[in-house]
Design a protein around this ligand. Structure first.
Ligand code: AMP
Ligand code: MG
Length: 510
């Protein structure tokens, strides 16, 4: 189904018309789907609304100025959920497997889709506010987000994008005088986020398990038109879509593993159909390397531990495939199931190849050699055994080739001999490469970030912001938007975490 974009002349005239800066065109394809797909929540108050920060990169793409974002009508649309150009916002219905258990109805409990815009450059973005009040899917919760978690989502979205990792984006962050009750009283906040698509695996699960095959078909057609138009003419469009989702998810998992990112809540409702990182909650960048690292305090069994993420992604893809398989163009069900299995079977190989590509680049290796995977695995094993900081080690590899720095490093180790044995292997492997050393080092710095949003950095910015000082938030945003560049004035943000960092506890409560 192609929900036709209303022509500009069909849309309501001012005063409902939002100012568009450089000329945003509202097309709202998701909202044009029938009512079974979404609900129209009422606006809700957001007292003391204040624009706290906005992303220069996203402002430019959307042709919005800080003044636009700080004033009506944008302020009301974003923080109070008021209609956009006379059109109500929508909250979508979805379901999902949470920690392995199917929950038949979830949905946007605190997110509202303002609509979809086409920018002057021809880009399509869906705009969503998070925290602007309850919806029909809030269940017993308040539809709010606290400043703490909103700062984290705002910072990390733009930081991930700056590292080239697919993600939903954050356009702006708003604070308020609203009191929100969590483990303690906190203040309410709203993030304006943007993505080409906010579809989740859980959207498909909802219609599949609720027994609405026609609605599911409609959703699939919508996804094909909206997100995978290139597969419309494929021999089997739905199978082609599953192939693309699988391949993109494999790449995304390789991205996460390569930078040491732990998502924390990889439920199927938090998996993006278009392969974006979505729904930042108790996420973390690892400090000391630990494959068993669990960033979500609520995840006691470690279902979403760092090293398990690719396997969980495949499990989630399997849940998605179960909803799609009946819509393959196969002669019979058995054939369709076999085809779906073979799509999913490709995941491990795709992930491994994507991961190895990134790890080779991190080590400065251009050639592909059989021994490379074990070279990487041995390095990771050494890092785990010694509790070495993941981000800093990769960033410092070029310096460790230099005798002086290396000596200091080695003196700190429990098992210097094992490290030296690895170094010897690495040196021999580097000898096979032909790239001049300065060039290799520059290439390594372009893939090994100097700055990542470690928990304690976010925590410091949050505590200052809760006291009304937003300078650290601004500084972090600025530095993390150039994560690969040396920024001498921000050397403190690249240091090892302080001792108190290990006491930070992150849970789903946000
Ligand atoms: P999450 O774990 O944040 O991805 O959320 C899981 C589900 O709970 C989603 O349906 C959310 O919309 C909903 N949810 C989480 N927090 C709230 C809240 N404060 N108010 C309403 N719904 C929420
Ligand atoms: Mg979620």
């Amino acid at each position: 189904m192609s929900a036709a974009a209303p022509a500009p002349e069909d849309r309501p005239e001012a005063p409902g018309e939002p100012p568009t800066g450089g000329g945003l065109e509202w097309i709202n394809r998701f909202a044009a789907l029938p009512d079974a797909f979404h609900h129209r929540p009422d606006p809700a108050p957001f007292p003391g609304a204040q624009l706290l920060a906005s992303s220069p990169a996203m402002r430019e793409r959307l042709s919005l100025t800080p003044d636009d974002l700080a004033a009506e009508p944008w302020l009301g649309m974003i923080t109070r959920g008021e209609p956009v150009a006379g059109t109500p916002q929508v909250a979508s219905v979805y379901a999902g497997h949470q920690f392995g258990v199917y929950v038949p109805q979830l949905g946007d409990g605190r997110a509202k889709l303002l609509g979809e815009v086409r920018t002057p450059a021809g880009e399509h973005w869906e705009l969503q506010s998070k925290g602007s009040g309850p919806t029909a899917f809030s269940r017993h919760a308040d539809g709010r987000a606290v400043l703490r978690s909103s700062i984290r989502e705002y910072l990390v979205s733009e930081h991930m994008a700056a590292m080239g990792i697919p993600t939903t984006r954050a356009v702006a962050l708003y604070g308020s005088s609203l009191r929100v009750f969590r483990e303690r009283i906190e203040s309410g906040a709203v993030v304006l986020r943007a993505a080409p698509s906010f579809l989740r695996f859980g959207h498909f699960e909802y219609f599949h398990y609720a027994g609405y095959p026609e609605r599911l078909r409609q959703l699939i057609d919508y996804a094909l038109d909206h997100d995978f138009p290139e597969h419309r003419e494929a021999e089997d469009p739905v199978r082609a879509m599953l192939e693309t989702v699988t391949a993109r998810t494999a790449e995304l998992m390789a991205d996460w593993q390569a930078v040491g990112f732990c998502h924390g809540v990889m439920n199927t409702d938090n998996m993006s159909l278009t392969g974006l990182t979505i729904d930042y909650g108790p996420f973390a960048f690892m400090d000391a390397y630990d494959p068993d690292y669990i960033c979500n305090h609520t995840d006691q069994g470690g279902r979403y531990a760092f090293a398990r993420q690719p396997g969980v992604a495949l499990w989630n893809l399997t849940r998605l495939a179960e909803t799609l398989v009946a819509h393959f163009n196969a002669p019979d069900v058995d054939t369709a199931v076999e085809q779906a299995k073979s799509v999913l079977e490709a995941f491990q190989g795709q992930f491994r190849a994507a991961w190895l590509r990134r790890m080779r680049a991190k080590l400065g290796l251009q050639l592909e050699r059989e021994e490379d995977e074990s070279l990487v695995q041995e390095l990771l094993a050494r890092m785990a055994a010694e509790g070495i900081d993941y981000t800093r080690l990769f960033r410092q590899l070029p310096e460790l080739e230099d005798g002086g720095t290396r000596q200091g490093f080695i003196e700190e180790l429990e098992d210097p001999q094992a490290w030296q044995a690895w170094e010897e292997r690495y040196r021999e492997r580097l000898a096979q490469e032909s790239r001049p050393t300065p060039e290799r080092h520059a290439a390594m710095r372009a893939v090994n970030p100097k700055y990542v949003l470690r928990n304690h950095l976010a925590q410091t910015a949050i505590e200052r912001a809760e006291d009304g000082d937003f300078s650290e938030l601004e500084r972090l945003q600025r530095v993390l938007s150039r994560p690969f560049d040396e920024q001498p004035e921000a050397e403190d943000l690249a240091e090892l975490p302080p001792a108190w960092a290990s006491g930070i506890q992150l849970s789903c409560s946000s």
